[in-house]
Design a protein around this ligand. Structure first.
Ligand code: SF4
Length: 379
């Protein structure tokens, strides 16, 4: 699975359904190390931004990942989110999760759910705090996106496994320009299946999705519609059925209100303040926030240096300053513009790609309601 479960949280209506240890990071939760140990997958979904599939064979060594977990824990990362590819195909998954637990990290897994056999689940469940299962709409839509007839029915059948072990689980719904009307059915399905949450994650046009789904990225109006629909469903269903619905998008009002969570002050307190999501790709490259950021802003490869060394070098490089500038620029433009809602990371990535960014030091605007509103002013 390519999504980051719980990567975006803590901003008004977009609270995470997962793992909320109360850390005061920029997104309101403990910084997350998102690991893609392999791009091998039993599916080859149209919307896959890591272009994963059955023919991918490489995987990261367990020792390398455990070292990265150790460094991430020392750097203040409190969660390990394992994604992929399909993480259940990574042989060393139980050992990786167990290691993260021993280092004090909360653990989550994002899966397509098709490989949740009793045998495999028994090795993973003891080390897992939370499971995220991708459900991308009604049966016909889900199966079409996954390229496999019967995929949703099988996934739902196999949810018996986390129910049996009492492992908390939620759904991730990929929002496109065309499917917000399916959200209600997905939430109802979540309630029927015993899921605790539905995370609505906007489609990222990266990897296979760029070729397979051009024009399907939700625009600002669609994101706002999803936010409004999530609030309606929360009122209609949440109290009765206990399913939380969150959208990984921000309305313009939220962007105005939460500036200090979106744009860290410089100098940053640490890597987690600037990169509350740190992505470790299957090729060993480490990047902040999202796959969409240009390689010039990446930290480097764990094949070449330990994560702690990459972090120290990056924090003192022009790349980290340019990322802060991209964050500043994104906030300034979105807070002053007409876009009703935005997926923050995509917006940051778009501005980061728009080189050259003048390397002047970002200045924090004066606090006040007449200009850019400081975080906390409306919180
Ligand atoms: S299940 Fe689909 S979206 Fe997830 S990693 Fe596999 S191919 Fe990609």
């Amino acid at each position: 699975m390519a999504e980051t479960f719980g990567a975006w949280a803590g901003l008004g209506a977009t609270r995470s359904p997962v793992l909320q240890p109360g850390c005061g990071g920029p997104t309101g939760i403990a910084p997350i190390l998102q690991v893609h140990p392999t791009r091998r997958c039993n599916l080859a979904c149209a919307h896959c931004y890591t272009t994963s599939g059955p023919h991918e064979v490489g995987q990261l060594p367990l020792a390398l990942l455990c070292a990265a977990v150790d460094d991430a824990a020392a750097l203040g990362y409190g969660q390990l989110a394992v994604s992929g590819g399909e993480p259940l195909l990574y042989d060393a998954l139980p050992a990786l999760l167990q290691h993260a637990r021993h280092r004090g990290l909360l653990t989550s897994l994002t899966s397509n759910g098709l490989l949740l056999s009793p045998r495999r689940w028994a090795t993973v469940a003891p080390h897992l705090d939370r499971l995220a299962i991708s459900v991308d709409g009604r049966e016909a839509s889900h199966d079409a996106l996954r390229g496999q007839p019967g995929a949703l029915a099988r996934t739902l059948r196999l949810l018996e496994q986390p129910r049996r072990t009492g492992t908390p689980f939620g759904f991730i719904f990929t929002l496109t320009q065309h499917n917000v009307d399916e959200l209600e059915d997905v939430v109802a399905m979540a309630a029927e299946q015993g899921a605790q949450s539905v995370q609505v994650h906007p489609l990222t046009l990266h990897g296979r999705a760029r070729q397979a789904l051009p024009g399907a990225r939700p625009d600002g109006m669609e994101l706002l519609a999803a936010i409004v629909e999530a609030q309606r469903l929360a009122q209609a269903l949440q109290a009765r059925r206990g399913v939380r619905v969150q959208v990984d998008a921000l309305s313009q009002a939220q962007i105005l209100a939460y500036r200090e969570r979106l744009v860290p002050a410089w100098p940053v307190a640490g890597l987690g303040a600037l990169a509350p999501v740190l992505v470790l790709q299957a090729d060993g490259q480490v990047l902040p926030l999202t796959h969409e950021l240009p390689p010039s802003l990446w930290l480097g490869s764990v094949h070449e240096a330990p994560l702690r060394a990459l972090a120290a070098r990056w924090l003192h490089s022009s790349a980290s300053r340019r990322l802060v500038q991209a964050l500043e620029r994104t906030w300034t433009e979105l807070s002053a513009g007409a876009q009703p809602a935005a997926y923050w990371y995509d917006e940051v990535a778009a501005r980061a790609q728009a080189e050259p960014v003048p390397l002047t030091w970002p200045q924090r605007p004066a606090m006040g309601r007449s200009g850019p509103v400081a975080a906390g002013a409306q919180a």
